[in-house]
Design a protein around this ligand. Structure first.
Ligand code: UTP
Length: 295
């Protein structure tokens, strides 16, 4: 039998984005731009670069602009065409050509696990990726592509991790695991602890917003009771998965920004702006000359 491929990527985008109020009162967090690109587009481009053919976005009320963003904008395209703005036209077309995109509604923000469960019928009986759009990752090889390469080898669910030093670890799910001899970046997961006190953290390996999951997660999420905050937690579903199947952690190569958090969003904006050919030099100079930085 041929090995399963990761063809579908699920983007939970139905959360309320309260950490980013008031900006997110009427604008979805996923549409906030880092430099000039909505954060969800970074994730969709990553999934396409990793070979995914179908993008499944879990949306909620007030999120229809996400659908508009990935759709053809007839008026915009004809205006750009008639004005001869070929570069901008190519950019607009690139966005609407980014793979096949399907949408499913999560009627209430009942947690990340619940959002993933909404995608069950669209995913079907195959392993799939989950990308949290507010985790923007800058990596020489797209993070999901690295994970798919590991999946081809281990053939089990994979959780992306990063090392978090100090008390910040308490904001994450943390892996208790053993590195594989064949690849020390891959951890054999023995257990997961959600948001531990720093002294109780089993390691510094925090789970971040990239997952490859086997379809068994759906039947387990169906049975998972509501957890912290009265929400269906994806981590609780993964803990249940661990009782049935092998799960691995993967310490990806690259830098992750939590763009759903104000400080993380600012860091991503500065780093991505500095890398831009059209802006980087002028922005670097402006930062260098900032009086506030020299005091
Ligand atoms: P977050 O933990 O960042 O939650 O969700 P949030 O509600 O969006 O933001 P804050 O904490 O209130 O500021 C991670 C991802 O999961 C999605 C979010 O849209 C985000 O992309 N999510 C979260 C859902 O789709 N549904 C949910 O019920 C919760």
């Amino acid at each position: 039998m041929s090995k399963p491929k990761i063809r579908k990527a699920v983007f939970p985008a139905a959360g309320l984005g309260t950490r980013f109020l008031p900006a997110t009162k009427a604008i979805p967090k996923e549409m906030l731009p880092v430099v000039d690109k909505p954060i969800i587009q970074y994730g969709v481009e990553e999934a396409i670069a990793a070979g995914c053919e179908q993008i499944i976005i879990v949306t909620g009320r007030g999120k229809t602009v996400i659908e508009d963003h990935f759709d053809i904008s007839v008026e915009l395209e004809s205006q750009l065409e008639s004005r001869g703005k070929t570069d901008l036209l190519a950019m607009a077309r690139h966005i609407s050509n980014l793979g096949r995109v399907a949408y499913i509604r999560q009627k209430e923000a009942m947690g990340l696990g619940h959002a993933v469960l909404m995608a069950r019928d669209l995913v079907g009986d195959e392993p799939f990726a989950v990308i949290l759009p507010d985790d923007v990752i800058d990596a020489p090889t797209p993070c999901l592509k690295q994970m798919i390469e590991v999946f081809e080898d281990v053939q089990c669910s994979i959780l992306a991790t990063q090392v978090v030093e100090g008390p910040g670890i308490s904001a994450y799910g943390v892996i208790d695991g053993q590195p594989l001899e064949s690849n020390p970046r891959v951890l054999e997961v023995r257990g997961l602890v959600e948001k531990p006190k720093p002294a109780a953290a089993p390691s510094k390996n925090a789970i971040i917003g990239r997952y490859i999951l086997t379809p068994r997660i759906f039947e387990l999420l169906e049975k998972t009771p509501l957890g912290a905050g009265g929400e269906l937690q994806l981590t609780d579903g993964i803990k249940a998965l661990l009782e049935h199947e092998r799960v691995c952690g993967y310490s990806f190569e690259g830098t992750r920004y939590d763009a759903g958090d104000k400080l993380g969003f600012l860091k991503a904006t500065v780093e991505f702006a500095l890398q831009r050919e059209d802006l980087g030099e002028a922005f670097r100079q402006w930062l260098h000359d900032l009086p506030a930085l020299s005091n």
